[in-house]
Ligand binder design. Structure first.
Ligand code: AMP
Length: 292
């Protein structure tokens, strides 16, 4: 496994074998099974796997959040080596954003609601760094987790609108045994509050159950989700959403997706502070049954 910091070294490794196919997994490090599930999917789909580890300052609004973001580069590299990763890029921030840097990418509509509304400028930072990573690596496929569903939607638009010649692969959310979505931020939860962090997934499940039992009014589904979080000690809702899975526009009524559609009927999502830690999670409801 090659570990490199500079751009020329990434390009040399990437183009060393013209017959190789590359999958890229962008990460901010402090790796867990969620990240590794993306690496394993990339390993299955491609002859070479590249991983970037970069805590991207441009997607943080709050300097404290950036400063306290958990990091453990040595452990990360050991895990990636075990997974048979070929190339790891760990650029210093001043290489990605040198003095005088002034080019940013703004994916408009799909960046606006949800995380975009709660964290203004967040997706401008995400789209910019992902475009740079894709441009440097030039992979055939790039892997993202459905855990960050809006990020997947933003990146899909970015790739389509700017004609990047690659496929965006979205991988399922990996959860702890009690349902909490794995996240690098979970380490910030104290042992006292950790059990309460399951309220996000429980809220999504309650919404999903209500939909399965015939509730199609989006506001009723939001109310079901809110009730679960509001009943949880130390939890405070940031937002609760029932939205179109692709446009992310809030729905009034959840209508079943067409039988052969590649998407579900609605994306249930929420953000909540558990104690002081902000967590997000989502679940798609009304996935069309497999055609075959
Ligand atoms: P991050 O390091 O948080 O930027 O995440 C890097 C990638 O891993 C993103 O595409 C995330 O969506 C994905 N990811 C993070 N947590 C999970 C999870 N629990 N399951 C699946 N993918 C995840």
């Amino acid at each position: 496994m090659q570990v490199v910091a500079d751009i020329a070294a990434v390009r040399r490794a990437r183009h060393a074998d013209p017959s190789a196919t590359w999958g890229l997994v962008p990460t901010m490090g402090f790796l867990h099974e969620g990240h590794l599930s993306l690496v394993r999917q990339a390993r299955r789909d491609n002859s070479r796997v590249g991983v970037s580890i970069f805590v991207n300052p441009a997607q943080f609004q709050n300097p404290d959040d950036l400063a306290t973001y958990p990091r453990d580069p040595e452990r990360d590299l050991a895990l990636l080596k075990q997974e048979g990763v070929d190339l790891v890029w760990t650029p210093p921030p001043e290489l990605v954003y040198p003095p005088g840097y002034q080019t940013y990418i703004h994916v408009e509509e799909v960046s606006r609601p949800l995380e975009g509304a709660a964290r203004p400028g967040h997706f401008r930072g995400v789209a910019t760094v992902v475009a740079k990573l894709m441009n440097v690596f030039q992979p055939q496929r790039v892997y993202f987790g459905q855990k960050d569903a809006q990020q997947v939607a933003v990146v899909k638009h970015l790739v389509e609108d700017l004609n990047f010649p690659l496929t965006v692969v979205s991988c399922p959310t990996v959860r702890e045994p009690d349902g909490l979505a794995m996240s690098s931020r979970n380490v910030l939860l104290s042992p006292q509050v950790r059990p309460h962090a399951t309220c996000l997934f429980r809220a999504l499940q309650a919404g999903s159950d209500a939909f399965a039992q015939g509730e199609s009014q989006a506001e009723a589904l939001r109310a079901v989700m809110r009730t679960v979080v509001n009943a949880t000690p130390m939890a405070r809702i940031d937002y609760v959403s029932v939205a179109h899975p692709e446009t992310l526009a809030e729905l009034d009524v959840v209508e079943a997706a067409a039988p052969r559609s590649s998407r579900g009927a609605a994306l249930l999502s929420l953000a909540a502070f558990v104690d002081e830690v902000r967590l997000i999670d989502n679940l798609t409801v009304g996935e069309p049954a497999c055609a075959d």
